[in-house]
Design a protein. Structure first.
Length: 271
């Protein structure tokens, strides 16, 4: 046995990995305050699919994440391979409050939240929402239905990490922003209210703003007063309300049902 063996000489590769990990943590700290946290594989997947800028993505098991990509998102296996950096076990728990079971955490550039004045799809307006998970669920619905955006009033940040986690990163598939009622984009305002007209007798125009209040307080007086139409969802007597995301889903489905095919669907096959 050599002297080096007896003293347990350090493996140079271990030192290099430690330096690399320290550099990645430094980058994370520099980027974190101005970035959107993508918590988990699915958030990263959707962010990449919809063109988000992702300067940094970390995992504690790169091989496992790439295997997951090959299984669930083969179109992203190559981009993720070039993006993901591996860090030592336990690192992610020091960066995010509750590491996702898929073992991925990434940082992305926040979307602009801009929608065009002339639109082919409605904007969902959440009037002073409170529950972060509900906001994320609505954004996920809006992305799937092809809505132009989700705008929120009040104090809740629609880009909060818990909202992005609930949306599975689909913030990047639609426009998301917080604004004052006076800052809403143009378009006829349809406010959901029990005193409104049954939605089944209405056609929602493509450029509509569709506003939803909280389950407890409903739409605010200010937004109700400036609404062009009050709209009600059908509901069995003695049932007090629907969940916010359910209300949005019913309304967007009503809009979608008025089209020959869902927004973004492929047209007829061409020879």
């Amino acid at each position: 046995m050599t002297a080096g063996d007896e003293t347990g000489a350090a493996d140079p590769s271990t030192g290099r990995r430690g330096v690399r990990a320290a550099e990645l943590l430094r980058q994370w700290r520099e980027l974190a305050d101005g970035s959107v946290l993508l918590d988990g594989f699915h958030a990263l997947k959707h962010a990449l699919r919809f063109g988000a800028g992702v300067p940094l993505a970390l995992t504690e098991d790169r091989a496992a994440v790439l295997a997951l990509a090959a299984d669930l998102a083969p179109d992203l296996t190559e981009p993720m391979s070039g993006l993901l950096s591996e860090v030592p076990p336990g690192t992610l728990s020091g960066l995010v409050p509750r590491p996702h079971p898929t073992g991925v955490a990434a940082l992305a550039v926040r979307g602009s939240g801009q929608v065009p004045d002339v639109r082919a799809a409605p904007v969902v307006v959440l009037d002073n929402p409170r529950h972060l998970g509900n906001v994320g669920a609505v954004i996920r619905l809006a992305a799937g239905a092809g809505a132009a955006g989700v705008f929120t009033t009040g104090t809740v940040d629609p880009w909060h990490p818990n909202v992005v986690r609930a949306s599975a990163g689909l913030h990047f598939a639609t426009a998301v922003r917080r604004c004052e009622p006076s800052g809403l984009p143009p378009g006829p305002l349809y406010a959901l209210d029990p005193a409104g007209r049954d939605i089944r007798g209405l056609v929602l125009p493509d450029d509509a703003l569709v506003a939803f209040g909280s389950e407890r307080h409903g739409i605010s007086d200010g937004l109700r007063d400036r609404a062009d139409h009050l709209v009600a969802l059908p509901m069995r007597p003695q049932v007090s309300s629907y969940n916010l995301a359910t209300s949005v889903a019913m309304t967007l489905y009503h809009w979608m049902a008025g089209h020959a095919q869902p927004p973004g669907a492929a047209g007829p096959a061409r020879s």
